[in-house]
Design a protein around this ligand. Structure first.
Ligand SMILES: Nc1ncnc2c1ncn2[C@@H]1O[C@H](COP(=O)(O)OP(=O)(O)OP(=O)(O)O)[C@@H](O)[C@H]1O
Ligand SMILES: [Mg+2]
Length: 380
């Protein structure tokens, strides 16, 4: 793993390992790439490719198919079999434009791209860049997933351990025949809260995986945005009041109805409101506004209802905004509040809004954060 790190840095030129049994081809390519932003390593045979690949960890391997002794297919198979080289993207180099059988065979073996001879260096560079970017994104996703798993295990384990202790405590009390005191009821209330948090977390995870598997069905019906906003505000009223936060709703008169899944849209509102609450500290104002608007839609423009949830809390640093709609991602603001989250809320919001054909975005500065999402009037 450590060997790969230098190549995952943003600024370094990508390293291409070019494998061809004809020296002239390697010379030609080396010359063509001389002034380009890449580093080329040469290999004369499949065997040499295998050792250089594991030693140098290139970003991409450009592999000729026809080679004596070990051909491109065999080399690819061995690259994939070795954990040290299994993940290095491979571009196959075919002799003519039409070699459907080789292409199919290569694809089945997990080749990433094709190029035909003579090599167009610009094309090679574009393909290389794309593969490098994809590899980096995959590595990043793997890391986030691993972090998330660690967090998830912790988030489920500690409340469950707490609940188990409370149960054991009451079983003991039952044996000794002790009386129930207000403290005991507080313990029960805390356990209930823990159990609810765990349930919420598990429900979020299930929602997310259902959405990702494409198996979620929306129960769309004509919906009054005024009603749904009112209900969500009411549901959170108590929690906001406890933190001395004023909630304002500002729904435009004569707002048209939207065709949407009521429970899913209230889930979006609740997620946004719970973030507004969590990141507001005490005092301030949370506003839920709804207006009619238009937004680009493929060829033309479509009528939408735009719903915005604003808070007067700490805000989100600009550079962290692009990541916050990704699952498991939390911004640095998450570390500044006591209540822990898992970074799933906004990912779920985005999936729900987009499943309705709408969009979601955010603008933020300290003291003012606005999440805005749209819902098209007409069902898709
Ligand atoms: N209103 C807000 N003000 C400041 N930061 C916010 C706000 N809303 C979201 N964020 C930032 O975006 C991150 C992602 O939000 P998201 O709702 O996905 O996760 P979460 O609230 O941390 O966890 P979960 O919603 O799963 O309980 C948060 O961790 C926080 O850093
Ligand atoms: Mg949240």
């Amino acid at each position: 793993m450590t060997k790969q790190e230098p190549n995952t840095e943003q600024k370094k030129d990508p390293v291409i390992l070019v494998v061809d049994d004809t020296e002239d081809n390697l010379d030609l390519l080396e010359f063509a790439l001389k002034r380009k932003p890449v580093e080329m390593i040469r290999a004369n045979s499949g065997m040499e490719c295998l050792s250089l690949a594991s030693e140098r960890q290139p970003d991409v391997i450009l592999l000729d198919i026809q080679m004596p002794e070990m051909d491109g297919f065999e080399t690819l198979r061995r690259l994939r079999d070795n954990p040290a080289t299994a993940k290095i993207p491979v571009i196959f180099l075919t002799a003519q434009r039409k070699e459907p059988e080789s292409i199919e065979k290569g694809l089945l073996m997990g080749v990433d791209e094709y190029l035909t001879k003579p090599i167009d260096t610009d094309e090679l560079l574009v393909r290389t860049k794309t593969l490098v970017r994809m590899k980096r994104m995959e590595a990043e996703l793997e890391r986030t997933k691993a972090d998330f798993m660690a967090m998830l295990v912790h988030d489920l384990r500690s409340p469950l351990a707490g609940i188990k202790d409370v149960i054991e405590f009451f079983r003991e009390l039952e044996k000794t025949g002790g009386d129930l005191t207000p403290d005991h009821f507080n313990l029960l209330a805390a356990s209930q809260e823990s159990a609810e948090r765990m349930l919420q977390l598990i429900n979020n995870l299930l929602d997310l995986s259902k959405f990702e598997a494409g198996s979620i069905t929306l129960n769309k019906e004509p919906l009054s945005v005024r009603n749904i906003v009112g209900k969500a505000a009411k549901q959170m009223e108590f929690q906001f009041r406890q933190r001395n936060i004023t909630v304002r709703t500002d729904v435009a008169e004569n707002l048209p109805e939207v065709t949407a899944d009521a429970s899913k849209i209230s889930q979006v509102l609740m997620n946004l409101l719970s973030n507004a609450l969590k990141f507001s500290g005490t005092g301030g104002t949370v506003t839920i506004a709804a207006t009619a608007a238009h937004e680009p839609d493929g060829a033309g423009r479509q009528e939408v209802v735009a719903i915005a949830v604003s808070d007067t809390g700490m805000g989100i640093p600009q550079e962290e905004i692009p990541g916050i709609f990704q699952r498991y991602k939390q911004a640095s603001t998450a570390r500044r509040v006591r209540q822990k989250g898992t970074g799933l809320g906004l990912a779920i919001c985005k999936l729900i809004v987009e499943a309705h054909g709408g969009r979601i975005g955010v603008t933020s500065e300290p003291g003012k954060t606005t999440f805005r999402f749209t819902l098209p009037l007409t069902s898709q």
